[in-house]
Design a protein around this ligand. Structure first.
Ligand SMILES: O=c1[nH]c(=O)n([C@H]2C[C@H](O)[C@@H](COP(=O)(O)O)O2)cc1CO
Ligand SMILES: [Zn+2]
Length: 162
């Protein structure tokens, strides 16, 4: 009887891989964010990526980051990946679930994460660490008892480093 295969990917690699794969659907030219919400017993509940609300054409809204008029930037229109994943969930409650996301959640996403009952956040990049937004997210997560930690990359084939 052969022994089981040993080089299978970990739960974290699996769920962060699914999150990053979702991010490949993003039309944002600068930052593609993907998210995957998982139950405590490791069932995938929902996925999302950053994009425009339904009905808003990717070709008729701005993708610029800068502009005199904020209405000519993407920031006022994009739905964040975490909010999309929360809103995409067609089941009952997300209470006690964990959220995998390729970029540390902003303060607006932190509010939605807390209010939906998600209790753990695993993030990959934290490129905006130190900003007001990230500091506010951490303060709210700490106060609300939502745990967060960085995804621990392991040496893997390119296939996993999506
Ligand atoms: O929590 C988040 N979730 C999320 O989906 N995003 C999205 C919104 C924008 O489309 C993009 C940020 O763009 P940029 O990195 O160019 O500022 O990432 C950004 C954050 C926080 O930065
Ligand atoms: Zn956000």
């Amino acid at each position: 009887m052969a022994n089981k295969r040993e080089d299978y990917i970990s739960w974290d690699e699996y769920f962060m891989g699914v999150a990053k794969l979702s991010g490949l659907r993003s039309k944002d030219p600068n930052t593609q964010v993907g998210c995957c919400i998982v139950s405590q017993d490791n069932k995938i509940l929902s996925m999302g990526y950053n994009g425009l609300p339904s009905g808003c054409s990717d070709d008729e809204f701005p993708w610029q980051r800068e502009g005199e008029d904020p209405l000519n930037t993407k920031y006022v229109y994009t739905v964040h990946s975490e909010l999309n994943a929360i809103l995409n969930y067609r089941g009952g409650s997300l209470e006690g679930a964990k959220l995998y996301v390729s970029l540390f959640p902003c303060n607006e996403c932190a509010k939605a994460i807390i209010q939906s009952g998600i209790k753990e956040v695993i993030y990959d990049s934290n490129k905006y660490d130190g900003t007001t937004s990230v500091q506010a997210s951490m303060r709210m997560f700490d106060a609300a008892g939502v745990r967060y930690h960085a995804y621990h990359r392991t040496e893997r084939t390119v296939m996993i480093e999506l």
